[in-house]
Design a protein around this ligand. Sequence first.
Ligand SMILES: Cc1cc2nc3c(=O)[nH]c(=O)nc-3n(C[C@H](O)[C@H](O)[C@H](O)COP(=O)(O)OP(=O)(O)OC[C@H]3O[C@@H](n4cnc5c(N)ncnc54)[C@H](O)[C@@H]3O)c2cc1C
Length: 479
Amino acid sequence: MPASNPTNPASQAVDSRWRRLSYWFESLPDPIVPRPRLATDLDVDVAIVGAGYTGLWTAYYLAALDPSLRVAVVEKEVAGFGASGRNGGWCSAFFARSHAALAEEVGLDGMHAMRRAMERSVDEVGAASAAEGIDCHYRKGGTISLARSSTQVGAARAEVEQARSLGIGEDDLRWCDQLEASELVGATGVLGGIYTPHCAAIHPARLVRGLAEAVERRGVTIYEGSPVGLISRAGPSGALNRLDTPGGRVRADVVVRATEGFTARLPGRRREVVPLYSLMVATEPLPESTLEAIGISGGLTFTDGRHLIIYGQRTADGRLAFGGRGAPYHFASGIEESFDQVPPVHHALRATLVALFPELGQLAITHTWGGPLGVHRDWYPSVVFERASGLGSAGGYVGDGVSTANLAGRTLADLITGRDTEETRLCWVGHRSPRWEPEPLRWAGVNAGLVAMQWADRIEARTGRPPRLASAVDRLTGH
Ligand SMILES: Cc1cc2nc3c(=O)[nH]c(=O)nc-3n(C[C@H](O)[C@H](O)[C@H](O)COP(=O)(O)OP(=O)(O)OC[C@H]3O[C@@H](n4cnc5c(N)ncnc54)[C@H](O)[C@@H]3O)c2cc1C
């Protein structure tokens, strides 16, 4: 790969385009030099569409299992352009379906198998990145969901009780009393919290960019700046699956679609995955005294019990990186660069941060960004591989994709190479979600859900009681 020339204005302009994507991209230590595009037709064994965590972990484990495979990753922009280079950096064991819902659907054994696989994935991301020399600031400090109202205390205690009744022990999830919770996170109004050790804070862009280099070292070729238009199925005459890009076609026995929140932009896939935007802010580095006051040390990540999700971590250079939902869903699953900046939502995030930590009131927000994550109609993530057609995909992680994508990559690699493993038997393998409604129903339904969550939080804050629609909102959002 050619090194970028820091004195060349063209190379600087390209670099700064990508750096604007997120604080994480902006703080990457190395120049961002796009890899060559696909400029010819190509035959490979496995073609992967999308160079985010899903696509790159799949390539990584495939190359490890069978180094003789010819694997190509085809990316529209640059590796990490999607949610993988912009997220909150929670590498957690959260799976976008509650333990209770999973236990009901697939039984206790199936639920625990999925839970343990997710917990192992958190460690695997740390182990694999260490083995590859990827300095992604992996710090496994667990995560706490603060309870800051009596309603949230009630809900949190009920969640811990439910976990016990499902056989999830103290070591995996436990109630923290007021003293312990406020020592962990020096936020206002803390009455307690739920703590789980199964979460690491990471620098997401360092992980995805480092992973791209790791797969190249293993012989995988990544083509950037190569948008895939149509993914065509193999024909009955023995023709291979095919990807069309402006610079050339890729023919492959196996094609993996790893486009998560961007899937709806592919021809014929508008109703498979809804892109929901999550937005983030980063503060300037905090003074030592403020860091001491707010805690959140050792790679701890934090949220609280409100309906409209918020999430935060303290970065390795002493900032708070803080995000939340609330950005609107765009008609016909629209995705545009301008949707990453929604000033009212970024202002609201800042206000929430200051409400949690009043000492941040005078500090500058230095970065605002956002991006789309993928949601299936039943809020159920999946890994799918059809041996007959050679087509595979994974996604729909609903904002819990950092470690889930690692599990997806390992599972896809096993399925593609015909291995029967614990991972290939998990309940999400082969799960088929229904399609989303056609527009304008989809637009009305998704945005009504978002407004209902905001409304539920406001009513709870004002009255101290959950509104009657709260449990309906939680059911709607898979919590
Ligand atoms: C702001 C934000 C915060 C988040 N926070 C967290 C968090 O803290 N913890 C967590 O677990 N999850 C979080 N998530 C979700 C998580 O980041 C994603 O689930 C995960 O990164 C998905 O990885 P992926 O590889 O499947 O998709 P992506 O990273 O989105 O990658 C898809 C890739 O496909 C490419 N692509 C799209 N269309 C085409 C095409 N036609 N041709 C070629 N390439 C194409 C895109 O350019 C992109 O690079 C967050 C997401 C966002 C947006």
